[in-house]
Design a protein around this ligand. Structure first.
Ligand code: PMM
Length: 286
């Protein structure tokens, strides 16, 4: 008998018949895994279209690197990077999300055609973000976040990482709902690699049902992250570089899809698109 996992849907987005694949376009010179590669509007739009051709259901456009230790980019520069790429992809019919911690960037991206705001700070970095998203009436990703990239490794201190991430996400959920965002529009994300060390990330991936129990669609973004480098390192050798972590990323995508994640956010789409389809087929065979 076949059973289908109820992943929940974020109001205002299409419904997919399986865990959705969010392809990443970082319009930055310095993102840790693909920095500099798409740092030009035309190249970035083309890359987004390539990701869709490879199986991405939506494309996440960001103009600020959040790699550990990164400094902030100024707002005008972030707008210059992000808005034309969002506009170009939306004009081609792509479902676009904007990855930003700034309300102005979120609002301008929505005006340019973005249909989801993905804020790694869950609205904490910019007090104007929650009101702006509430007014725009678009879905909002609330990620677990403890502070800006520059000092976040010092914040990776937990007694029970799963319980603390769940509790802190619940507090953020309450705050953004109090700020006017409809609960049905909220997606939650454990924020792998953000104020977390490899064992913390692994524990969170091992306990996705606890995150699902928050009752909102779940986004999992493991792509090329440091914890995968740790997992793939043998006998004290140097971890493989970010671009050699795509098979490991697809393995997490399959696990996340199996656990009912709403979407996975990845740089390399093809393998993950296959992984989530396999997970879907296995669900159907139960
Ligand atoms: N990670 C990065 C950027 N944006 N958004 C969400 N929702 N969740 C994440 O874990 C996340 C994100 C950092 O990765 P990148 O700079 O390689 O894209």
């Amino acid at each position: 008998m076949s059973t289908t996992i109820d992943r929940g849907t974020a109001q205002g987005l299409p419904e997919w018949d399986r865990c959705a694949v969010m392809g990443v376009v970082n319009v930055t010179p310095d993102s840790f895994s693909d920095g500099g590669r798409w740092f030009d509007t035309t190249a970035a739009v083309k890359h987004g279209l390539d990701l869709v051709a490879q199986g991405a259901d939506l494309v996440d456009v960001g103009g600020e690197s959040t790699r550990p230790g990164a400094s902030r980019v100024d707002e005008d520069e972030e707008l210059r990077r992000v808005v034309p790429v969002v506009r170009g992809l939306a004009a081609e019919g792509v479902t676009v999300s904007v990855d930003t911690m700034r309300a102005t960037v979120a609002a301008r991206a929505v005006a340019a055609g973005a249909v989801l705001v993905n804020d790694v700070s869950g609205g904490l970095a910019d007090p104007a973000m929650v009101p702006a998203v509430a007014a725009a009436e678009v879905p909002f990703v609330v990620m677990h976040w403890r502070g800006f990239s520059r000092g976040m490794n010092d914040l990776a201190v937990y007694d029970d990482v799963v319980a603390e991430v769940v509790a802190e996400l619940r507090t953020r959920l309450d705050a953004v709902v109090a700020g006017g965002i409809t609960p049905e529009r909220i997606v939650v994300d454990p924020g792998l690699g953000f104020a977390k060390l490899a064992p913390h990330d692994l524990a969170l991936v091992a306990h996705l049902p606890e995150l699902r129990a928050l009752g909102r669609p779940l986004l999992v973004a493991a792509s090329r992250k440091r914890f995968l480098g740790h997992v793939l390192t043998r006998d004290g050798a140097t971890p493989p570089p970010a671009r050699e972590r795509d098979a490991a990323t697809a393995a997490v995508s399959a696990l996340a899809a199996h656990e009912g994640a709403w979407a996975v956010r990845v740089h390399e789409v093809r393998a993950t698109a296959d992984a989530v389809r396999v997970a879907r087929a296995v669900e159907g065979a139960r």
